[in-house]
Design a binder for this molecule. Structure first.
Ligand code: PRX
Length: 662
């Protein structure tokens, strides 16, 4: 049911008891390798005793044009880190490694889905970034202007992001799977001046259209801020180029000067904006700034992944999400890591594609999401068994709670029972890993993200904000500011305060449920608000409901997440049609496509049920728990269903009693 922000904010959460954590029985986890770079437990005590001193010591390892005057100014909920300092993120990611004699080190082993490959060194990346930065300037982009990036996972994508950082023009990357409408909304919210895209990218062997979506997004006067479109050629498919507006990358960028003076950015200048789903229909533009963000993602990357010089590190995410921003790009390059970047789907041309990549590049660290692990399990263990995975020494997990079966499979079949698994909890808003083990220091427990990173003050509290004793469950909160924290929601300080800081004043509320065991280990239990986690992607129930009711024949809609073996959660929609419209499977399919066109294919409901009624409390709130039970309890399959008599009766009954049960 589409509701206003206000009703949503006042809605009580799903009760914490409803979140389950299964019993887990596992073999003892392997000990971490002795080479671990953090070998002294006192790091935790030092950071706890002197938070600012801890971060200042780490910040000194970055390259600054001008040192900071003050480590932290904290006027809750607004933090400013390293004020007075000046630096440039691209210099930290590129120039300083080249200057230190690492120019020939590979930054990315890039691999396209069709099998084309390219190794890009730090020196080459610096040249390409400089050319691209000069091209941006030639297109009229100035410091402070926003640039939208809508690209496949090709080298031009990190190049464009770093070029933005070089000239101080914040980027907003829009995941290539989002629709033209979703792209348009983000462009308009960010008021982007330039959009960088490609003709298309490869998905399962087929070229997907990106430029065509850009054309639809910016047609007419729908995005008044956009002046230019820069288009990289990837697939060679036909695209329309509008004279005066659209420019080919190879025609403009390749001929630019190979050096570009980096802007001296203030610590708190915006580095980028990234849109993420919350509890309302409108995605939030999460603001990350320069110094604190770079510091947070580089330090966590180094310590959590125990990064050594000779590692080959693969974060198998998409640069369109925060995981890619922090751990394919900024954190990894700031540390001078050699990474793998892969354009395509994991099962193309065959389900062993990933394992072939691990074997060929001798990947030592693999970082991925439980949903990907479950997909590989489904495709069959034999695909991994065909390859020599002995180079791997550390495995990471992110995005959702990892279930025991997936953990076991990852541990046994990918890690050869030899590699520790680091389960990392964090969010778009936190910018960097917040809860995770440190190799060499933290004993892991399968399924637990273990303990907060040094300097992170996390707690589990009840509805009133009282700390829950060890062994109990409640809501995760963060008590202290941290360098890579979001600085706000773009253009909406009130929503920032309301969403994250109003529930427990002075403390950050991430929206996750958690338990702590007797050893103080954190076990994340999933979202406690109206946000779903589908294949590790955050989707808002309200956003999908709004997309459904925007169809002219839909009267009302309610969306809930239900447990799903593969994707973690699946989207179930309940739809009331306007009078005179007949429910049918064909129309159900039309509605699913409608959602895909509004948001993107990832938001398509898996099941869609037409119903004459929706269960509501007396105050008019949808009774989501009942809908979740209905959706989970009836094996609806991947089809559209008309509510049967039993469901209608349940809904009517609930509506009559109208208890405020949620
Ligand atoms: O619910 C938590 C879940 O993913 C949410 C953050 O989503 P997003 O901002 O898209 O960032 C995803 C990648 C960092 C969190 O609020 N989540 C993330 N990591 C874990 C997790 N849940 C359990 N365990 C994790 N390791």
């Amino acid at each position: 049911m589409a509701q206003t922000d206000e009703t949503r904010a006042n809605a009580p959460d799903q009760t914490i008891e409803a979140l389950s954590s299964e019993d887990r029985t596992f073999p003892p986890p392997p000990a971490f390798a002795a080479r671990a770079i953090v070998s002294d437990r006192s790091i935790y005590e030092r950071a706890a005793a002197d938070l600012e001193g801890f971060w200042a010591e780490e910040a000194a390892k970055l390259s600054w044009f001008k040192p900071w005057d003050r480590v932290l100014s904290w006027e809750p909920p607004f933090a400013r880190w390293f004020e007075g300092g000046q630096l440039n993120v691209s210099v930290n990611c590129l120039d300083r490694h080249v200057e230190a004699g690492q120019g020939d080190k590979v930054a990315y082993h890039w691999e396209g889905e069709p099998g084309d490959r390219k190794a890009i060194t730090y020196a080459e990346l610096l040249t390409e970034v400089s050319k691209c930065a000069n091209a941006f300037k030639a297109l009229g982009v100035r410091r402070g202007d926003r640039v939208a990036i809508y690209m496949p996972m090709i080298p031009e994508m990190p190049i464009a992001m770093l070029a933005c950082a070089r000239i101080g023009a914040p980027h907003t990357v829009v995941f290539g799977g989002f629709s033209a409408e979703a792209l348009r909304d983000r462009i308009n919210d960010a008021e982007a001046k330039l959009i960088v895209t490609a003709d298309g990218g490869y998905r399962r062997g087929k070229p997907s259209g990106l430029k065509v979506n850009v054309d639809a997004a910016i047609a007419g006067d729908q995005t008044p801020s956009i002046e230019k479109v820069l288009v990289a050629r990837r697939t060679g498919q036909d695209v329309t180029m509008e004279t005066g507006r659209d420019v080919w990358w190879h025609e403009l960028v390749d001929g630019q000067e190979p050096t570009c003076e980096p802007e001296r950015m203030e610590s708190e200048d915006m580095l980028y904006l990234l849109y993420t789903s919350g509890t309302t229909a409108k995605p939030k533009g999460i603001v990350h700034t320069t110094a604190g963000y770079l510091l947070g993602c580089s330090v966590t990357h180094r310590y959590v992944f125990d990064l050594n010089d000779d590692d080959v590190y693969w974060c198998a995410a998409d640069l369109g999400w925060v995981t890619g921003h922090s751990y394919i790009l900024y954190g990894a390059l700031a540390n001078g890591a050699t990474g793998v970047m892969y354009e395509g789907t994991p099962d193309y041309p065959a389900p062993d594609r990933w394992w072939d990549i691990v074997e060929r590049y001798k990947v030592t660290i693999l970082y991925t999401a439980p949903t990907a692990i479950r997909a590989h399990m489904k495709w069959g263990t034999e695909h991994a068994a065909k390859h020599d995975l002995s180079s791997l020494r550390l495995l990471g997990s992110v995005g959702e709670p990892i279930n025991p079966e997936a953990w076991m499979w990852y541990h046994r079949h990918i890690g050869g029972e030899r590699c520790p698994i680091v389960d990392t909890w964090w969010q778009t808003e936190t910018g960097a890993i917040m809860i995770a083990p440190l190799p060499g220091l933290t004993t892991t427990k399968p399924g637990s993200a273990t303990v907060p990173f040094p300097g992170v003050d996390a707690d589990v509290v009840d509805a009133e904000g009282n700390s829950v004793p060890l062994g109990g469950g409640g809501y995760l909160v963060l008590n202290k500011p941290w360098p890579s924290m979001l600085r706000g929601i773009y253009g909406n300080p009130e929503r920032y305060r309301e969403t994250y800081w109003s529930r427990y004043p002075g403390r950050y509320f991430p929206g996750d449920g958690a338990k702590r065991d007797q050893d103080g280990y954190f076990w994340l239990l999933g979202r406690v608000d109206d946000v779903m986690n589908v294949s590790g992607h955050r989707l808002s129930t309200t956003e999908i409901e709004s997309a459904l009711v925007s169809h002219e024949r839909v009267a009302e809609a309610a969306v809930v997440g239900t447990p799903d073996n593969l994707t973690g959660e699946a989207i179930s929609a309940f739809v009331i049609l306007k009078l005179g419209t007949d429910p049918s499977p064909t129309f159900g399919e039309e509605l699913r496509q409608h959602v895909a066109a509004k948001i993107g294919p990832i938001a398509k409901p898996k099941t869609l049920m037409f119903t004459p009624d929706l269960p509501k409390t007396r105050s008019g709130k949808i009774m989501r728990r009942l809908l979740r039970d209905i959706a989970a309890g009836r094996a609806l399959g991947d089809t559209t269903t008309l509510a049967d008599a039993g469901v209608v009766e349940e809904i009517r009954e609930a509506s009559r009693s109208g208890k405020d049960d949620e």
